[in-house]
Write a protein that binds this ligand. Structure first.
Ligand SMILES: [Zn+2]
Length: 804
């Protein structure tokens, strides 16, 4: 899911386990303390290296569903058959199902616990006032209330029964339903049961549901047209895992889905002028597509550019008339964890084959579906972005695992399902009938398509638990979508996923650790998307290095492809595949709310004394002379005060010609006896050091943000040369607050300036204390404050420029 809005948050105290209990004298904190006491113990299902254990298992749920869309009543009816296979070592007396549509019942836990004005709120921002202001209610909020009042949402379960058997007792608990089996399901056994259900389809723009219908009242057809997006639409198995048993966590809206893999056979009966986009592969093209459409689809398989199956002109003609009956589309999908689809008479449709030589699916059909409102923006960029995503993500993980990859425009801003994604960006209709869009809408389209298609890898294939840990899929996906974004066009003003983007969030008070349950996270965008993404960029580019990080990430993806990883499996795999102890990194970045701020406090320059009085004493004389003159003496001079010894030139003696640095024969004797007193090895070392006369610098650093990080130094020398040096984070292991580092350079190589983290790669919050010597802080009087950088991005400059 893509998160566009940023919500306000509150500070939560860290769980005690995050820090570990540590008893030390003084103020010492071991930032490198191992994480084993926090992570679950390895076992036969998940081993200590982070891989699936030798007895790893997971359940399977296969579905056959016949669905009918009643467009007039905006209601979906379906008969489903589920074959559930118990691969666990446990005997199961019952089965739990997820009834996600029940979240829209007025008595759902999500509705009842909706904190008005609270940070976890779905939908548009509301205000409870604060600061003495009265509470305000937005029109969006009122629209939602009215839609909930006017419609009855949630499932109507018509029957639950065994296939070839009788009715099954079932108990509905909010968004969950327990089915009691007549005989417990033994390990290795399967059970087949059927559920018939209906529900009223929610209006997405009123309810904010990740699915539903959108109505277009201005369409030329009397009564207008709809786009339907179906997701979380059928009763799905609750996951049963080795680490949690049944995942009985109520759907509260934020924490997404925890699901089982299985095969699907789905038919949807829809108005016969609709085009259906769906998870899976179309099984009956001859029944639902024209001969011309089938030819075009075949041509698209080998095309280098997207080919229209339904042209925008054909779609516009289609949306003017109406249906003459119904058509039944038939899709099948293998080994998917979910199934979603969209349906509308408004859809234009293009497709292009993406080649993966040697892969299980050698040709993947990339497709996009959009109404006229998507316009040129979609024609140019949607399917292209689908193909680009597969190219980049497969490099980091595995071949795209399915035969199709689709991007469908509709009312959902951005949401992912196996083989299909829903994406929201659109064009604006101008008075002259043209359609234009802003740069931010273009960035939104390319970015959201990459992001949602990327989710087909994580978590649709690497099946992490979204209900508990949003960051597991969103973090890796935001990291990879930013990699793909910069490989699409590095000049686009992308934001939100690289280390420097996260600084304002990481210094804010409104934070919880990344390791926070999905529904309790306050500021979901930066917490579960941006911060883990920034962390992976730092691991990749700074801590581990690209080659080993990419190897480790690929190993994680390979190990857990079509399996269910936990956070510990991820942490352990990245450590062991990269060969790096990263417990300090996971502890700091994922279990605390510390930020990065390292200060370069001082640099001392040192030089070896030669002990030779003829050299050292004249150096010391020069040093003394370089001290500033005494202010009193300076002011005396300004006043022209008489100086006694100048007024009485006759009273000089030895000390007027010689100072305390004058070398005496005694000094030279002491030097000789010093040299003679050295052991042979001491003499060798001393002679060499004096001869080489190197520059010794001691740099002192303090850790102001709390997170220990590598110290990256950009060194500039007086001869104009530069050097970059990275000191691993382990320098902080004995003192996480202050450290110093000795640097040695050849004679003549003198430091002029040192800048910490010169490329802004660690999310260091205060860059001014990174300069030594400190610099004058560049700033500017912002004449464009009222329409700063971001608002210019969202202006439709195509349209504004057209007026010139
Ligand atoms: Zn997402």
């Amino acid at each position: 899911m893509r998160l566009a809005t940023i919500l306000l948050c509150f500070l939560l105290a860290l769980p005690a386990s995050a820090q570990g209990i540590q008893q030390t004298k003084g103020n010492f904190e071991d930032k490198f303390r191992q994480l084993d006491e926090v992570l679950p113990d390895p076992n036969v299902y998940r081993n200590a290296s982070g891989a699936p254990g030798h007895q790893y298992w997971q359940q399977e749920a296969d579905y056959t569903i016949k669905a009918r869309l009643d467009e007039d009543r905006r209601r979906l009816s379906a008969e489903s058959t589920i074959r559930y296979t118990n691969n666990s070592p446990d005997t199961l007396p019952w089965i739990w199902l997820q009834l996600d549509q029940n979240i829209f019942r007025t008595d759902s836990m999500a509705e009842l616990t909706d904190d008005f004005g609270g940070p976890g709120r779905r939908g548009p921002a509301v205000s409870t006032g604060g600061g003495g202001e009265p509470a305000r209610l937005s029109l969006e909020e009122v629209r939602r209330q009215q839609a909930m009042e006017d419609n009855e949402y949630g499932y109507e379960i018509r029957s639950v029964r065994l296939v070839n058997g009788g009715d099954l007792p079932h108990t509905i608990v909010g968004t969950l339903m327990r089915i009691d089996l007549p005989t417990p399901l033994e390990p290795g056994q399967s059970v087949e049961f059927a559920i018939d259900f209906d529900f009223n389809i929610v209006e997405e723009n009123a309810i904010y549901a990740r699915s539903g219908y959108e109505h277009f009242p201005d369409d030329p057809r009397p009564g207008g047209n709809d786009i339907y997006l179906f997701a979380q639409w059928f009763p799905r198995l609750v996951a049963y895992s080795d680490y949690e048993g049944w995942h009985n966590k109520e759907f509260l809206g934020r924490g997404e889905f925890t699901l089982e893999f299985g095969d699907y056979d789905v038919t949807m009966t829809v108005p016969d002028d609709h085009i259906v986009a769906s998870t899976g592969v179309l099984q009956n093209p001859t029944e639902v597509l024209t001969a011309q459409q089938r030819q075009r689809l075949e041509r698209a398989r080998s095309a280098d550019e997207p080919v229209f199956i339904v042209t925008p002109q054909e779609a516009e003609a289609n949306e003017r008339t109406g249906p003459s009956g119904t058509k039944t589309w038939h899709f099948a999908a293998e080994n998917v964890r979910d199934f979603a689809w969209g349906s509308s008479r408004k859809f234009a449709w293009d497709a292009q084959g993406h080649k993966q030589p040697g892969a299980e699916n050698e040709t993947v059909i990339a497709m996009s579906f959009w109404p006229k409102e998507g316009g040129e923006l979609w024609r140019k960029y949607s399917t292209a972005a689908v193909v680009h995503t597969m190219k980049v993500y497969s490099r980091f993980s595995f071949d795209y695992p399915y035969p199709t990859a689709q991007s469908v425009n509709g009312p959902v801003g951005g949401m992912e399902y196996p083989m299909i994604t829903f994406n929201g960006p659109r064009t604006t209709l101008n008075d002259d009938g043209t359609r234009t869009y802003s740069l931010s809408e273009k960035m939104f389209l390319v970015g959201v398509v990459i992001h949602e298609i990327g989710h087909i890898y994580f978590p649709m294939t690497v099946n992490s638990d979204e209900r508990q840990w949003t960051w597991m899929d969103e973090g890796i996906n935001s990291f990879l979508d930013s990699v793909a974004g910069y490989e699409w066009d590095p000049d686009m003003p992308w934001g939100g996923s690289i280390p420097r983007d996260l600084i304002p969030y990481m210094v804010s008070n409104n934070q919880v650790p990344i390791m926070t349950q999905s529904d309790s996270v306050l500021n979901l965008g930066p917490n579960a998307y941006g911060k883990p993404s920034a962390a992976y960029h730092i691991l990749r580019d700074t801590v581990i290095g690209r080659e080993r990080f990419d190897f480790a990430l690929k190993e994680y993806a390979r190990r857990w492809k079509f399996k269910r990883p936990t956070p510990a499996d991820f942490f352990r795999t990245i450590e062991e595949a990269s060969g790096t102890d990263l417990d300090w990194f996971w502890r700091g970045w994922f279990y605390t709310t510390d930020h990065v701020d390292i200060s370069l406090d001082s640099i001392y320059k040192m030089r070896i004394d030669t002990e030779n009085p003829d050299i050292d004493l004249s150096r010391r004389r020069a040093e003394l002379a370089s001290d500033p003159a005494k202010i009193g003496v300076l002011l005396n001079e300004e006043q022209d005060l008489p100086i006694w010894v100048l007024e009485h030139p006759g009273i000089t003696d030895y000390y007027d010609e010689n100072d305390q640095f004058t070398v005496t024969p005694k000094d030279r004797e002491r030097y000789t006896s010093f040299l003679e007193g050295l052991e042979p090895w001491e003499r060798k070392v001393f002679d060499r050091a004096v001869k080489e006369d190197k520059n010794y610098y001691v740099l002192t650093f303090s850790n102001k943000g709390g997170l220990v990080m590598p110290i990256i130094l950009g060194l500039t020398f007086t001869d104009g040369s530069t050097e970059k040096m990275t000191i691993p984070a382990e320098i902080w292991r004995r003192n996480p607050r202050e450290v110093s580092k000795l640097l040695v350079f050849d004679k003549g190589k003198e430091l002029q300036q040192v800048v910490l983290d010169p490329n802004w790669e660690t999310a260091d919050a205060d860059i001014e204390n990174n300069y030594y010597p400190r610099r004058i802080i560049p700033s500017r009087i912002d004449a464009y404050k009222s329409e700063g950088g971001n608002s210019r991005l969202s202006r439709d400059l195509m349209n504004e420029a057209a007026g010139e």
